[in-house]
Unconditional design. Sequence first.
Length: 213
Amino acid sequence: MRLLKIILDFYIRSSLHVAICFVALAIVYNNVYELYVPFGYYVFLFCSAIAGYNLIKYGFIWLKKPLVFNITYKLLSLMATIVALAILIKLEISSYALILLMMITAINLLYVLPIWKGHGLRYSPFFKLFSVSIVWAILIIAVPQFLYYETIPAAHLINDYRLILDPNEYIELHTLKIFILVIALCIPFEIRDLKYDEEQLQTLPPSTRSSSI
């Protein structure tokens, strides 16, 4: 029983569960709508999720107490980062996809760097909810569809769904759908966490916080 608890604790704290959910959503959505995504990109998503979420959760702890915090999470995050970068180089992505990845990196840095009242933008109203949704949407849809092309030759998909859209608009539509879906999925968890979050962390409107307590 103790061993099971240790395994589950590591599974949750290491962000493996988030990474698996992230990749599962990407696989299901892209398969349903027949959007081509190379297998290597899913591995990149998995490793990026582990590295990104662990950086957000533990980054400042690692800087302040580099010798105290569990080295296992550090090694896992480092390995995930190396694998993600190696895959990214191997995929030889387009400049458009690279720009999108740079935007996502900037959002993650803004999330944790102390530029908003001594905190990351995570403490600005609604930034946490919208930033997570934007990052997930862009990584699941936009980046893989612009992986090798500056524009996507998706005319056959447009015809199949009878949409009078050009390829770029078609990708934007799916990105928006994932963005809204992730917001909807996150709200119940954010409501649950209101009683545990710091007062200044305004993920949801103050009226929601008041009504939930």
